[in-house]
Design a protein around this ligand. Structure first.
Ligand code: NAD
Length: 486
């Protein structure tokens, strides 16, 4: 593999000190779009995770962070500003480590900054309640931070999936240990440097440890001094985390996989729905988006025309290196993922009709990266593997229905329940179907928009708990009842 010049080596941040892994081990991160070495990072053993947890616990004991909402609000506002101002240099790094087009990286940064701003405002609003329970009994119901929170992050949206839990965890007065994915720890380390440079964040309130999930990540889940784990990632890992967390009965927040249905009725605005379907499939990030509408459910009467137009548009998408001008869709993250997605595509060829794509792209410079042609399978049976499994690649499965009940039945036919959408000009039908779809988020006549003030999260095997919004803040609090005998 080619090696870029001036390769940086990142470090962990533990108790306010930047450190290498204690055994000196490092890992290398390669650009999935061209194979170049982008940077090195620590490959930390479990002892580093233990030290970070101890630092996070100690800081809460000696600092006034948990009881100082003004300080937390100021710290978070400054962080939001720093992050927003970083798009010009941090955007390209996000693209180089993760492959997504630069416009997507910039949007990720601005979404992260918005979430931090939103929770900065809420840091001073952690109201509980108080009430008389009996003539001589006053209840003070106080919202308190949970304590030490471990935040474990996947690679596909390394910054926005970190800021989404981090901002409310900090706003609520917790301390944090961040464990990014070993595939994309660089932009996270740069972001943590911003935190470290803001004096209102006490040293040790935010710690960073980069290391393998199965050992160092697992230590954070098992450690008795970690009070809560917030995990975003694969459903099977989420199950393992829930099992491991049971021994210490810590709180868990899980944001897991999806196979979201995008339901289009014949009375929908045709052009908007076709564009929406392509956008929903998240081809721009090679389908590596948890909420992606990877199942398109089209009403039978418009099926042929709809799928023809969609396939034509998917074919025209400009797939390429994320930093190149005009590129609309990037590579998958690494060779493993490439092989995994290509295996699904081969399976799909025997289960359904391949409409477009279905192959690795190797023309010219694409050969250096992990590019897959945007792929659409049509007439995909409900029980097909490509209709049931989260592929996490640029692969869309098209299914049909003939009435509302069938649409809902097909929509609910997987173990997932993260998101979904309904396209129709009949508002009553839209709401009826949205209510029937068993998922934490349903869009009507749009797809994929997320706002810091609006909750999201999984039904079924897509997760436990909610992120964003007020519910996303309460997740990081405990309710204490102080009872006063008058
Ligand atoms: P993953 O589950 O393999 O890894 C996620 C993180 O968990 C990484 O930091 C990893 O090192 C760590 N980890 C792995 N095993 C662990 C263990 N035993 N104990 C503790 N930590 C462990 O997921 P991924 O491949 O990085 O990300 C892709 C997955 O994430 C997809 O399934 C996608 O749907 C899901 N995802 C969900 C959301 C959501 O909001 N629901 C958002 C983005 C991605």
């Amino acid at each position: 593999m080619a090696v870029a010049e001036a390769v940086k080596t990142y470090q962990n941040l533990i108790g306010g000190e930047w450190k290498d892994a204690r055994n000196g081990a490092t890992l290398e991160v390669y650009d999935p779009g061209n194979g170049e070495l982008v940077y090195r990072a620590p490959n930390s053993p479990v002892e580093d995770a233990r030290e970070a947890v101890a630092a996070a616990k100690h800081t809460l004991e000696v600092e006034d962070w948990s009881d100082n909402p003004g300080k937390r609000a100021t710290a978070l506002y400054k962080l939001a500003q720093a992050l927003r101002g970083s798009a010009d240099w941090l955007g390209p790094l996000l693209t180089r480590e993760g492959g997504k087009p630069l416009s997507v990286s910039r949007a990720e940064i601005s979404r992260g900054a918005e979430a931090i701003e939103y929770y900065a405002g809420l840091a001073r609003n952690l109201y509980g309640r108080s009430t008389m329970l009996a003539p001589d009994s006053l209840a003070i119901l106080l919202r308190e931070p949970v304590g030490v929170v471990a935040i474990i992050v996947p690679w596909n949206m390394a910054l926005s999936l970190l800021t989404r839990p981090l901002a409310p965890a900090l706003a609520a007065g917790n301390s944090v240990v961040i464990k990014p994915s070993s595939a994309t720890p660089g932009a996270t380390a740069e972001f943590v440097k911003m935190i470290d440079s803001i004096p209102e964040f006490p040293k040790g309130i935010v710690n960073l440890v980069v290391g393998p999930g199965s050992t160092t990540g697992a230590e954070l889940v098992k450690n008795a001094d970690v009070d809560m784990v917030n995990f975003t990632g694969d459903t099977s890992t989420g199950k393992e985390i829930m099992r491991m967390a049971a021994d210490t009965l810590k709180k868990v927040g899980l944001e897991l996989g999806g196979k979201s249905p995008n339901i289009v009725f014949s009375d929908a605005d045709f052009d908007r729905a076709v564009r929406g379907a392509l956008n929903a499939a998240s081809m721009f990030h090679a389908g590596q988006v948890c909420v992606a509408g990877t199942r398109l459910l089209v009403e039978e009467s418009i099926h042929d025309k709809f799928v023809d137009r969609l396939a034509e548009m998917a074919n025209r998408l400009r797939v390429g290196y994320g930093l190149n001008e005009g590129v609309q869709a990037g590579p998958v993250i690494n060779e493993n993922q490439l092989n995994r997605v290509m295996d699904y595509i081969e399976t799909g060829k025997s289960e359904a009709e391949l409409r477009t794509g279905g192959r690795r792209l190797t023309e010219g410079d694409l050969e250096k990266g992990f590019f897959i042609a945007p792929t659409i399978f049509d007439r995909v049976p409900v029980e097909a593997k490509i209709a049931q499994d989260e592929i996490f690649g640029p692969v869309l499965a098209v299914q049909t229905f003939s009435d509302e009940d069938e649409a809902a039945e097909v929509a609910n036919s997987t173990v997932y329940g993260l998101a979904g959408a309904v396209w129709t000009n009949d508002i009553s039908r839209a709401i009826r179907v949205a209510k029937k779809v068993k998922s934490g988020m349903v869009w009507i006549n749009t797809f994929g928009k997320l706002y810091p003030a609006g909750e999201m999260g999984g039904y079924k095997q897509s997760g436990v708990g909610r992120q964003y919004g007020l519910e996303g803040l309460w997740e990081f609090t405990e309710m204490k009842h102080i009872n006063v005998q008058l």
